[in-house]
Design a protein around this ligand. Structure first.
Ligand SMILES: NC(=O)c1ccc[n+]([C@@H]2O[C@H](COP(=O)([O-])OP(=O)(O)OC[C@H]3O[C@@H](n4cnc5c(N)ncnc54)[C@H](OP(=O)(O)O)[C@@H]3O)[C@@H](O)[C@H]2O)c1
Length: 241
């Protein structure tokens, strides 16, 4: 579970652990990782920290080798890490664009490949990519993130096509507007709350724990014949006008 030590990722981790999964929680900040492991344990679940930067290919390679040695299998990969940079088109340095695309698309691509290798050996597996409503629609001033998330959705379909015969499903979950820490400044903004009230069918921000059901569905046997899909969890944002 990448990026599982806070935000939407932590809610997904807690839901997976509550459903009986042993979860390797990834992130860079060790303190937050320790807190996440403690939170899972206090729910009666089991988890271990996996501290690495997903853009560090050597660290990822090492981690997958140790997963193979220690556990011999990987049943579910959730690619949740995502960074955003809302500077306008002409304010980006190209290095910042590369860093964002590396984090939001290329590193998840690599993780999908590594996970698929292990899953193929087991004859089954579930890959779930956390995209965004920005994967299918766009607003001004968000080009790099939108391009990366659109790419992640396309990757989800491409891998579903390529890995289906190995018993591996690949699906995506596209969050809308969630009241996470990373959105704390805009969650407090009354104008944005009023706009969301009109703009979404449910008329409100998503609560972080509301992301988890879609992931649990794709990870469960209930979704055994579902692949290549991206499910928006957005309070109706994409379908509302
Ligand atoms: N929040 C929303 O409303 C919203 C809307 C649409 C889509 N999304 C998508 O949903 C996902 C989660 O969003 P969020 O708001 O919960 O994000 P967040 O609060 O910014 O959390 C990001 C998580 O990823 C980890 N992380 C970041 N870069 C990493 C790296 N290079 N290597 C390893 N871990 C890394 C962070 O932990 P460390 O800092 O410890 O590494 C943290 O656990 C993202 O993909 C985001 O694009 C969110």
């Amino acid at each position: 579970m990448t990026g599982g030590n806070r935000g939407l990722g932590l809610e997904i981790v807690k839901a997976l652990a509550s459903a009986g999964a042993f979860v390797l929680i990834n992130g860079r900040n060790q303190e937050n990782l320790d807190r996440a492991v403690t939170a899972v344990k206090s729910l009666g679940g089991s988890a271990s920290p996996l501290q690495l930067d997903i853009t560090d290919e050597a660290a990822v390679e090492k981690a997958f080798n140790s997963i193979r040695e220690q556990y011999g299998r990987l049943d579910i990969l959730v690619n949740n890490v995502g960074m955003r940079d809302r500077r306008g088109l002409f304010k980006f340095e190209m290095d910042a664009v590369r860093h964002l695309v590396e984090t939001d698309l290329i590193a998840p691509f690599n993780l999908c490949r590594k996970a698929a290798q292990l899953m193929i050996e087991n004859g089954e597996g579930r890959i779930i990519n956390i995209t965004s409503i920005a994967g299918s629609i766009a607003g001004a001033g968000d080009a790099a993130y939108t391009a990366a998330k659109g790419g992640l959705e396309a990757l989800t379909r491409a891998l579903a096509a390529e890995l289906g015969t190995y018993g591996i499903t690949v699906n995506g979950v596209a969050p809308g507007f969630f009241a996470t820490e990373s959105n704390a400044d805009i969650v407090a903004d009354r104008e944005i709350a009023a706009w969301l009230q009109k703009r979404t069918s449910l008329g409100r921000w998503g609560e972080p724990k509301e992301i988890a059901g879609a992931v649990i569905f794709f990870a469960s046997t209930a979704a055994s014949y579902v692949t290549g899909q991206v499910l928006a969890v957005d309070g109706g944002y994409l379908t509302h006008f």
